[in-house]
Design a protein around this ligand. Structure first.
Ligand code: ME8
Length: 665
């Protein structure tokens, strides 16, 4: 079978942590493109997935004292849940721990062996676990990985399989000079050509299993596992039939678009095509490289710890406004900063004022003046004809989408929404009603219903749930294909029930970061020694609204009797995490005394009583352990301070038996 499908992929996320805003951006962009091409009546295959091997995940699971499968499965569930609430329409989800993937990756490996491109040699050098990448000195800045400045590099010296990358350098240069693989934006292509034209050496493509066991065994040599990028990149072919269905594979491959972030371009633009050429497989057509969502100028990523939780944002602002904001305000080809005030402003002006009001205005007229029946079209005036000519701007839209300028495409759609608002303001249907010219009113409203129908089609790739709702409001069959964007003269029907889609949002008062904590008085009801980690207690703590489990490293410093019935300071909104298989839902505050004994913070009060930081009103949000570790919490005159404020209930200070300035954790 020959190629039939438009095939778009995203990077597959590492399952070493919860999804962050960067993941949300990437999947939304990919979903928007996939939906756009479906509406162009193309057969689309949209694949995403997860990258589940490698030392980063292996170490993170070890740190959480979990077995690796359970560790990755918890994050896998979170990614699936995120994609569901974001309305992501992927056709396939590939997991690199699946047998179909492993078989495909092994076949690809063997093809590269057949072509003489994998050989054994000794690797000696640095490795960045954050990037899962062997680093040359040129890639480091002052000996530090620019993407993961907080993570020390590890030194590796071991015999590995090497991939004969240098053999393909000239061919790759030719590919990019002739745009056989198109890289968007162009500046990224220049970046890749520069790397290719500098000295590029062969790359280590395996790890010794006794040093890093969590990977796919190298075929015919189980003492090695594949290098995680060799394994991960092959996901793009393994799941679509490479090893198990040649016809299917040929109908989907080569990929039309690999959508990736800017930090992983080298793997996709250099390693991946070289691997494919080595194995005699066609190279992909386009690499669409998006920038980073930043937060006050910082890259958001798991390893930097400044994750913004997309679940929280979606719950607070809604899935469609969140999609809309990321697509509209983050330039598709460049970095963009995420800002909640900006999200609210964009929502209020574009969604509430321009789109939401437009829908309500038109539908209210039809309800009131035509009893809910879509009015008939009579003679068109010049003003109507001019407006109708604006309905079809597919050529411009296609052009933006083909160049992956999703934000510009969305702006173009909004231009039409503004044109529609202008049409209402210029035709003044309320004045026509006053004049009693029913025929004219009928025509203007007919044109407006048509405009709403066409808007519903155009917005579908960006905010599909709103598009679906708009179709139910206007009571028409949702014919989403772009062939329907021209003005039709025979639309008939009754409008459905309307609702307010976008109630106005208030800009938020600036929150002091210290307001995020939710400290409570907690009374220990039970204490048991942790069955797996002997220096931990499993405590059951009463915080009034519920009894929570907290794992705390207090053995042998505290006897059970010293804890039971004691009111302690408990942080209740730390992200629950498993400690030795037990879910710990809170944290006690403590610090080490001069004799290395752990001292814990106590406070007089009733279970559940709020503990304040100075006079700040708590506005809790889930706190990750990484974020918590950065907090400046310390002892001061046997009390506890966070930054410059004391921790206290309305009447009592929290106390701790430590000299001044001991950091509490
Ligand atoms: O890189 N803004 O996984 P990952 C926008 N497993 N995008 C971001 C971002 C940010 N702040 N941070 C990360 C991996 N990304 C590999 C991919 S593909 C064969 C293997 C993007 O979970 C990042 O650039 O670290 C990548 O495209 C995707 O999120 C997954 O990142």
């Amino acid at each position: 079978m020959s190629k039939k499908y438009f095939y778009i992929t995203t990077a597959i996320a590492y399952l070493n942590g919860s999804p962050h805003l960067g993941h949300a951006l990437e999947i939304i962009q990919a979903d928007c493109i996939a939906r756009f091409y479906r509406q162009l009546v193309k057969d689309v295959v949209f694949q995403t997935g997860s990258d589940e091997h490698g030392i980063k995940i292996f170490n993170a699971a070890k740190e959480s004292r979990m077995n690796v499968e359970d560790f990755i499965n918890q994050y896998h569930e979170q990614f699936i849940r995120l994609y569901k609430i974001l309305n992501v329409s992927h056709d396939y989800y590939v997991r690199t721990t699946s047998s179909v993937h492993k078989r495909g990756a092994s076949k690809l490996w063997l093809k590269m062996v057949e072509n003489g491109d994998l050989y054994k040699s000794t690797y000696k050098g640095f490795y960045c676990i954050g990037c899962e990448s062997f680093k040359t000195s040129k890639e480091l800045v002052d000996g530090i990985c620019p993407y993961h400045p907080n993570r020390p590099l590890i030194e590796i010296e071991e015999e590995n399989y090497f991939f004969n990358l240098s053999k393909y350098v000239n061919r790759l240069i030719e590919i990019y000079e002739k745009d056989e693989i198109r890289i968007v934006p162009k500046k990224r292509k220049a970046e890749i050509l520069a790397i290719l034209k500098s000295e590029l050496t062969d790359v280590s493509f395996s790890r010794q299993k006794n040093k890093m066991p969590w990977g796919i065994p190298v075929p015919n040599d189980p003492s090695h596992v594949m290098y995680v990028w060799a394994d991960a990149l092959s996901n793009y072919i393994t799941n679509i039939g490479y090893e198990y269905d040649e016809d299917k594979f040929n109908s989907i491959w080569p990929a039309d678009v690999h959508l990736i972030g800017k930090d992983i371009i080298k793997f996709h633009a250099i390693y991946w095509p070289a691997m494919l050429i080595s194995a005699g497989i066609k190279v992909p057509k386009n690499l669409f490289v998006h920038g980073f969502v930043t937060l006050e100028g910082l890259k958001i990523g798991k390893s930097l710890g400044n994750v913004i939780d997309p679940f929280f944002l979606i719950e607070k602002y809604g899935s469609a406004p969140f999609r809309f904001y990321l697509l509209k305000n983050i330039p598709s080809n460049d970095d963009g900063s995420f800002n909640v005030d900006n999200l609210i402003e964009t929502y209020n002006s574009a969604l509430a004022d321009q789109l939401g009001n437009l829908i309500l205005r038109v539908l209210s007229f039809i309800e009131r003046d035509f009893n809910g029946e879509i009015p008939a079209l009579h003679d068109l005036d010049k003003i109507d004809e001019e407006f109708i000519r604006k309905f079809n701007f597919m050529e411009q839209l296609r052009n933006f989408m083909e160049n992956f300028q999703l934000n510009k495409a969305l702006d173009r759609v909004w231009e039409f929404i503004r044109d529609t608002n202008k049409y209402i303001n210029d035709t003044e249907p309320w004045e026509i009603r006053k004049r009693g010219n029913i025929k004219r009113l009928s025509t203007v409203l007919y044109v407006l219903v048509e405009a709403l129908r066409v808007i519903s089609i155009y917005i579908h790739p960006f905010i599909p749930s709103i598009s679906d709702k708009m179709f139910t409001f206007i009571g028409l069959e949702p014919l989403m294909d772009f062939s329907n964007v021209d003005f039709k003269t025979d639309t008939k029907g009754r409008i459905g029930k309307k609702e307010i889609l976008f109630p106005k949002m208030q800009l938020e008062k600036k929150k002091n970061p210290l307001q995020m904590y939710d400290f409570r008085v907690g009374k220990v009801l039970e204490a048991e020694i942790h069955p797996e980690i002997k220096d931990f207690y499993i405590l059951k703590i009463d915080i009034k609204e519920k009894i929570i489990t907290v794992c705390a490293k207090l053995v042998p410093d505290y006897k059970k009797e010293e804890l039971i019935q004691e009111p302690l300071v408990v942080l209740t909104n730390i992200k629950p995490r498993k400690i030795g298989g037990i879910l710990s839902e809170g944290m006690l505050l403590g610090g080490k005394g001069s004799n290395e004994k752990m001292e814990i913070a106590r406070i007089k009060g009733e279970p559940g009583e709020q503990i304040y930081i100075g006079d700040l009103e708590p506005m809790p949000e889930t706190i990750t352990m990484k974020r918590f570790r950065k907090a400046k919490i310390y002892s001061s005159s046997q009390k506890i301070k966070i930054e410059d404020k004391f921790l206290k209930t309305k009447s009592e200070f929290a106390r701790i038996n430590l000299k001044d300035n001991v950091k509490l954790t």
